[in-house]
Design a protein around this ligand. Structure first.
Ligand code: AMP
Ligand code: MG
Length: 391
């Protein structure tokens, strides 16, 4: 049995490289940026009026001002503002040369001669200076950024219509277990619905890759070997669930070895999710996850997802928060790192959801994340802070 960090390091030594592709910016949501994005011009690109009003010289505010022209947003000023002069300007307009402030329309009176005068006692500048937000050439987004909607706006603001992103990996999901039936079938007696495949599908998609549901294979070494061999052709990576432990019918690690895969590990010191294997053969990867739905969920989040981030060069999103626990929490055994499903409370802390163990899939319905409790820790006092990995 190895620690989670060790498992991550071992898996990370055999990354697969999906390559890169160009995508229209509007299609790049959720993808991993494969180039750095730099500012192509200053922002704002000119001295910009932040108010509707009159651009003038602050030192002239005591007297009446002659209005030279009107400057809507999107039109260059044609006149320089000199002593005793001003130009009407709209929000977003280019502040004309010579002016050093914009007085608000609300604080202006127009005289019978058409001249304007300032009626307030003081004014802000009401100008965003050129380059205030950033300078041409500034780094805006690092390579590896997982693209969120705001990032798409930033990329567009540099004039790009296409962006280089990491290609998606094709990830097969194969559920093992003779007890399994697909959700569309009626389970009889001892049968169980295959929920893991659909859960993992969502996790793969959320990680930015393409899930391929390879459905169910029974607990039979030959059938498994055949299905794995067939599946690997069309995949970059295969995730198996079930049959990962040390029971008589836990065939997955043995089958993988027989097929010539190199097994890097089979057990990780985490709860839930101890039986989990990582294997590779000629550039193809297999993860063998537990059959228990909560275990499989956690194993994906803490092992598979970080591995995929290594493959694409993604900068991991920091999805961990540090938050107090509402009530004291105790556990009997503390030999492994523990992932406890929790929810927020109204008072800004978190509390465990009803959770009966790794087979209790429905605990995830109300969980916002897993509190990570280190090995060796049996008690968390009320109000102590825990790290919660959001899901
Ligand atoms: P295993 O890891 O194969 O020993 O399975 C552990 C538990 O998870 C058993 O109760 C299985 O019935 C259940 N299980 C296995 N695979 C799935 C699946 N694909 N969907 C839902 N439950 C599963
Ligand atoms: Mg099984």
């Amino acid at each position: 049995m190895i620690q989670l960090e060790e498992a991550l390091a071992l898996a990370g030594k055999t990354p697969i490289s999906p390559g890169t592709t160009l995508l229209p910016v509007e299609e790049a949501l959720g993808r991993v940026l494969a180039e750095a994005i730099y500012a192509d011009r200053d922002a704002p690109p000119f001295h910009r009026a932040t108010m509707d009003g009159y651009a003038c010289r602050q030192e002239d505010l005591a007297g009446a001002l002659t209005v030279l022209e009107s400057i809507p947003a999107g039109r260059m000023p044609s006149r320089k503002v000199g002593k005793g002069q001003c130009s009407k300007i709209m929000t977003g307009g280019v502040v004309p040369e010579g002016a050093n402030c914009v007085i608000m329309q609300e604080y202006v009176e127009t005289g019978p001669d058409g001249k304007i005068s300032f009626t307030a006692s003081e004014t802000d500048k009401n100008i965003d200076p050129r380059g205030q937000d950033l300078k041409e050439g500034d780094l805006l987004l690092a390579k590896g950024t997982m693209l969120a909607p705001g990032h798409l706006g930033i990329i567009s603001s540099t004039g790009k219509v296409e962006v280089k992103v990491s290609k998606q990996l094709i990830i097969g999901i194969l559920a093992t277990g003779s007890e399994l039936v697909e959700p569309g079938m009626l389970p009889l007696g001892a049968q169980i619905r295959n929920s893991n495949s659909h859960q993992l599908s969502g996790q793969v998609r959320r990680a930015g890759h393409i899930p391929k549901n390879m459905r169910i294979v029974e607990d039979d070494a030959e059938a498994m070997a055949e299905r794995i061999t067939g599946a690997m052709e069309q995949l970059d990576l295969l995730i198996l669930t079930g049959g990962a432990s040390v029971g008589e019918l836990d065939l997955v690690p043995g089958v993988l070895e027989k097929l010539g895969f190199h097994l890097e590990f089979q057990r990780v010191a985490m709860q839930p999710g101890k039986p989990v294997s990582f294997a590779h053969r000629r550039g193809k990867i297999c993860f063998g996850l537990s059959g228990n739905p909560v275990s499989s969920f956690v194993q994906f989040e803490v092992l598979v997802r970080p591995y995929l981030e290594t493959c694409t060069g993604a900068i991991p999103l920091n999805k961990r928060i540090c938050i107090p626990l509402e009530k004291e929490y105790r556990r009997h055994r503390a030999d492994r790192q523990f992932f406890l499903p929790v929810n927020f409370t109204d008072s800004g802390s978190c509390e465990p959801v009803k959770y009966h163990g790794s087979g209790h899939l429905h605990a995830l319905a109300n969980a916002i994340g897993f509190a990570e409790i280190p090995a060796g820790q049996t008690v968390i006092e009320k109000g102590d802070k825990v790290h919660v990995r959001l899901i």
